[in-house]
Write a protein that binds this ligand. Structure first.
Ligand SMILES: *Cc1c(COP(=O)(O)O)cnc(C)c1O
Length: 463
């Protein structure tokens, strides 16, 4: 399997190449040259298979020679041993033909663990084989940073530095980042906001000499390997509800478009998905785009579902590439226009997107009301991101024969204030999280200075 850049000016790479490089040198995103199809019978044969067995079938066609079959199985076993629920992503019924798929049973209680637990092990295996080390640097507003630190801690070939805006992440999120004691992972509090953290990361990547000297790598959600890992739970949940004979609709709380894009990949691979519904909070750029044909940037308005507070949904470029029949010239000019505030879709592009996606949006008031409503109706407490999806799922037609599955992206205990505010309940703290909160923190604080950061990383990372 080979991967090409959406912008058309980077050489095609194999899986190992896209894993280690993240973004393509031309600024584009890697996508597979063609899609592996899982035949109807093969999907049917996965009924009753374990999560790891399902993951193997889905992921193996993507990795090519990067990992032998035995090695891939071992990586999958290792990664998903850290997801505490036996079913990994259990389905919970909320109402008639309405289900939650709980993706928060990983070590940091958000769905990002499903991808990062696997990607970290892939990095370590490839780098060890190449006898190389690398430094991973990332900026976080909360969930990605803790998930990355948890996934990479203790691995031999990788040093991880995560920048977060001092005082602007929740106490739980900070403690998840600062309590791991392994010396190869480090959270750094930056005197600034999230944009400052991102600018520091970009600056380091922009310094070719530094980038090369420490072998810098990225694991943000545009990394293709993360997408591949996320395709698996669409199949696993779909099959549990009767696929391939029965269709399934998925509702996906969306920010950077990585998760819902993985659903689109599942559909192209042969999973009978009726609709993929993009669920947005008040930052509803994708909802507006699908309906108006115009992608217009606006200010981000902070919400109680912060991981969806985003205007530039990076992974959207991948589906746009298909919508314009893989014409990279079109992508380049749209992305140039985006620098100036937005771009338009052609009628055909809009039709393509509407063939695969629907979109819904949910206000802050409606999000709070849904947390209360779900608790009253089923006894389940859901997080604010999940509530955005459930509200939109309830408005869909559930009598078409397709089951409706709304993805539960985080555990409610990660957002206790919003939950208490909405339904007057304190979500129970999982034991794992309770332990984390008691452990001593390693706090490293730094001014918003690229030079100091570089110096710190140089002295702290092994050559
Ligand atoms: C990251 C995240 C999202 C958004 O997922 P994308 O792949 O960026 O669209 C939604 N909910 C939670 C809890 C998250 O952490």
């Amino acid at each position: 399997m080979r991967y090409i850049s959406t912008r058309g000016h980077s050489p095609a790479l194999d899986f190992e190449g896209v894993l280690l490089s993240g973004l393509a040198p031309d600024g584009g995103l890697y996508v597979p040259e063609d899609w592996p199809i899982i035949a109807f019978e093969d999907i049917a044969n996965l009924r009753g298979a374990s999560y790891v067995q399902t993951a193997f079938q889905i992921i193996n066609p993507y990795v090519g020679d990067a990992f032998s079959e035995d090695c891939l199985r071992e990586l999958l076993e290792g990664a998903y041993a850290h997801i505490s629920h036996e079913a990994k992503c259990p389905l919970v019924q909320l109402g008639d033909n309405l289900f939650l798929c709980e993706l928060f049973h990983g070590p940091t209680l958000a769905f990002k663990d499903f991808a990062l637990q696997l990607v970290s092990r892939m990095f370590d295996t490839v780098l060890t084989r190449l006898n190389k080390r690398c430094v991973i640097i990332g900026a976080t507003s909360g969930d990605t940073g803790s998930s990355a630190i948890e996934a990479f801690k203790g691995l031999a070939a990788v040093d991880v530095f995560i920048l977060y805006p001092e005082g602007k992440v929740s106490e739980i999120q900070r403690k998840q980042m600062t309590t791991p004691s392994e010396s190869n992972v480090q959270a750094i509090a930056i005197d600034g906001n999230f944009d400052d953290c991102q600018a520091l990361v970009k600056g380091l990547f922009g310094d070719g000499q530094f980038r090369k000297s420490v072998n810098l790598a990225a694991i943000n959600s545009i990394n293709w390997a993360r997408i591949v890992a996320q395709i698996v739970y669409y199949f696993y949940a779909g099959i549990a509800l009767g696929a391939p004979q029965r269709k399934v609709t998925f509702v996906v709380p969306t920010g950077n478009f990585g998760d819902v894009y993985a659903g689109y990949c599942a559909k192209l691979m042969g999973l009978p998905i009726e609709h993929l519904v993009i669920a947005a909070n008040q930052n509803d750029i994708l909802y507006r785009t699908l309906n108006s044909g115009q992608y217009q940037l606006e200010e981000v308005v902070p919400s109680i579902s912060p991981s969806m507070d985003i205007q530039v949904s990076s992974n959207f470029e991948r589906v746009l590439f298909d919508a314009c029949q893989r014409n990279s010239q079109v992508i380049v000019s749209k992305m140039q226009a985006l620098q100036k505030g937005g771009f338009d879709l052609t009628e055909n592009e809009q039709i393509y997107l509407k063939t695969y996606f629907r979109a819904g949006r949910c206000s802050e008031e409606e999000t709070r009301a849904e947390i209360l409503n779900t608790h009253r109706g089923s006894g389940h407490i859901i997080c604010p991101h999940t509530a955005v999806g459930v509200k939109i799922a309830r408005e869909l037609d559930r009598t078409t024969g397709a089951s409706v599955v709304s993805l539960a992206t985080a555990h409610p205990a990660k957002f206790p204030d919003a939950v208490r505010d909405a339904c007057g309940m304190n979500p129970a703290l999982p034991e794992m999280l309770a332990k984390t909160l008691e452990q001593p923190e390693r706090i490293v604080a730094m001014p918003n200075s690229q030079e100091e950061l570089k110096e710190y990383i140089r002295t702290r990372s092994l050559p």
